[in-house]
Unconditional design. Structure first.
Length: 258
């Protein structure tokens, strides 16, 4: 689909999100395909549609790919908004998980640090379909990601491969600001929210709070005038409740500077 190069992307918008992949999902089920593969504009990411026409989250596919690569003698690198799915994989095989600020260049830097220390890093990435296989090369390569996923589904349907990693629910909220004063107020409020929590925050990029059954991350976007609130939990209601609590704290800060 859409295989003729055209920088205007007439077939669909370049971002491989659910709303842009309805035609691919339909084609997978209509043709009886085992999997659908979608790339972004420069094809350094890959996301997947299972044989039932359901989109697989990038967090779930990263966890499945990592489970096939990691062992107790290896490490992986992920951004601070890493899903509990990958944390669970690392805990299960006793692999080391290193967190970085969000952004692929930060992940590359940490991979190089680990490699310099002779630590094996067979896989790294973010939950947006961007996965590194450093033993192949230290860039994201959508075609190679797809090949690795195809290897996973040689003996089992994609839905079965992914099933162990589907139990978490994610919520993301954006809080807009229109001045540096607004951003400062939002991040001060985020700090207060973190200090009021009964867990120790990870401050590698914003404030991440891990509660065991859920986590929240509050950080400013690097590309838009928004502060993002990410939450994840084993129940949608828990993720939403945590997102609402954090967002309401930040909304109060926005109101105070208006």
């Amino acid at each position: 689909m859409n295989a003729t190069p055209d920088g205007h992307f007439p077939g669909r918008p370049s971002e491989p999100i659910a709303s842009n992949l309805t035609a691919l999902r339909s084609l997978v089920t209509a043709s009886g395909a085992d999997v659908g593969i979608a790339h972004d504009g420069d094809a350094d990411r890959a996301v997947f549609i299972d044989e039932q026409g359901q989109q697989i989250s990038g967090e779930a596919s990263l966890a499945a790919l990592a489970a096939a690569e990691l062992d107790s003698n290896s490490a992986t690198v992920a951004a601070v908004n890493v899903s509990q799915r990958l944390v669970d994989v690392c805990n299960r095989v006793d692999a080391t998980l290193e967190l970085t600020p969000i952004g692929s260049t930060n992940i590359i830097t940490k991979i190089r640090e680990l490699q310099t220390a002779d630590i094996s890093v067979p896989i790294a990435g973010e939950g947006n379909g961007g996965v590194f296989f450093p033993n192949f090369r230290l860039v994201r390569d959508g075609a190679y990601i797809a090949a690795k996923f195809l290897r996973l589904i040689c003996d089992q349907p994609a839905s079965s491969i992914i099933e162990p990693y589907t139990e978490y629910a994610n919520v993301r909220t954006n809080i807009e600001y229109d001045s540096e004063e607004g951003l400062e107020a939002l991040m001060m409020s985020a700090q207060e929210f973190a200090e009021e929590a009964d867990v120790t925050p990870n401050t590698v990029d914003g404030y991440r709070l891990d509660y065991g059954d859920a986590w929240v991350l509050i950080r400013p976007s690097g590309t838009e005038p928004v502060v993002r609130v990410y939450t994840e939990a084993d129940k949608k209601s828990r993720a939403q409740k945590l997102a609402d609590a954090a967002a309401n704290k930040l909304y109060d800060a926005v109101d105070d500077v208006r």
